[in-house]
Design a protein around this ligand. Structure first.
Ligand SMILES: NCc1[nH]cc(CCC(=O)O)c1CC(=O)O
Length: 318
């Protein structure tokens, strides 16, 4: 690695508390890595307001645009106003614009969803007909499937305002990603994690993606040091699955991949994919193992199609 001095790396981020927090954590990681490799970079944060942030209080799933939280940030990358951008992997669109790439997938933290209940009981112990707040079709479908008596209702906003609404809007429980809470340092608010066989996470949940310009070899070199190869493989399998189903955000889709064996040179992945309908009356799941993440994603998508996912997809019109 060549010694480089003095470049200021401008990092773009949304301005939500979670986005700022995880961007700060990535910058800390990159700063430490670059120092360890004899590089001398400084970092600057540039906050960017996205369309998704402007319409957070409208029904997001009704707007339904892919990449609602990243478009303006990607434009800033292309315009060289920023040099890299930290995204929640699950908010990253499947296809990146020409000229941009995902330069690193850092090590994933807890991929699960979790429940926060007002009374401190777990999902199984909630009273009959309890009101559960979530605007995620994927969470609603699976929770309704597991507990048909629950009343699933939308709750919007950033994670801080959703936690507030647990108290102010009379929900018995809300469901959030464990990773978001953990990154904010709010783990103690979590009542219990939801195991993946009850609620399969969103594609990429718990992981981050760091987007950069393809031509910026200096940043790419730095980011490659921060990449976690196992997380990258798992996320590639999950995203291949998502791409193969061509699912918009109107469809309850989940996927979760882990390294299940193989060797260091050729790890074996295990990928579970899920497609459900919004009322949870049907939740389809398939699991396959394989070493090629892209092929594995397609294989699980095909397996789900073979047991009826196509019908759900065409009924909802994704
Ligand atoms: N949908 C918004 C969003 N995007 C990323 C996270 C945090 C979890 C993660 O980084 O995967 C959240 C909050 C949530 O789903 O509760």
């Amino acid at each position: 690695m060549t010694l480089r001095k003095g470049r200021t790396i401008v990092v773009g981020t949304r301005q939500s508390a979670l986005a700022l927090t995880q961007t700060g954590q990535v910058i800390d990681g990159l700063r430490e890595l670059s120092a360890r490799h004899g590089m001398d970079y400084s970092f600057e944060i540039r906050k960017i307001v996205t369309k998704g942030d402007r319409i957070l209080d409208v029904t997001l799933s009704k707007v339904g645009g892919k990449g609602l939280f990243v478009k303006e940030i990607e434009q800033a990358l292309l315009d060289k106003e920023i040099d890299l951008a930290v995204h929640s992997m699950k908010d990253m669109p499947y296809e990146l614009p020409e000229g941009l790439m995902n330069g690193a997938v850092p090590k994933r933290i807890d991929p699960r969803d979790c429940i926060i209940t007002r009374g401190g009981e777990g999902l199984a112990e909630l009273p009959h007909g309890a009101r559960v707040g979530t605007s995620s079709l994927r969470r609603a479908s699976q929770l309704q499937h597991y507990r048909p008596d629950l009343r699933l209702e939308p709750v919007r906003g950033n994670i801080d305002s959703r936690i507030r609404k647990l108290e102010t809007e009379g929900f018995d429980a809300i469901v959030l990603a464990a990773a978001g809470l953990t990154r904010m340092g709010w783990q103690e608010r979590m009542t219990a994690p939801l195991e993946v066989d009850v609620c399969l996470p969103a594609v990429g949940q718990g992981a981050l993606g760091i987007e950069c310009r393809q031509e910026d070899t200096e940043i790419r070199e730095l980011l490659s040091l921060y990449n976690d190869p196992e997380t990258e493989l798992a996320v590639r399998a999950e995203r291949s699955f998502l791409g193969a189903l061509n699912g918009g955000c109107q469809i309850p889709i989940g996927a979760y991949a882990t390294i299940s064996g193989g060797s260091e040179e050729e790890p074996e992945l295990q990928l579970t994919g899920m497609v459900g309908n919004p009322d949870g009356s049907t939740v389809l799941k398939e699991m396959r193992r394989g070493t090629d993440p892209e092929a594995l994603g397609k294989e699980v998508a095909d397996a789900l199609r073979a047991i009826g996912a196509d019908r759900i997809l065409s009924e909802i019109g994704g």
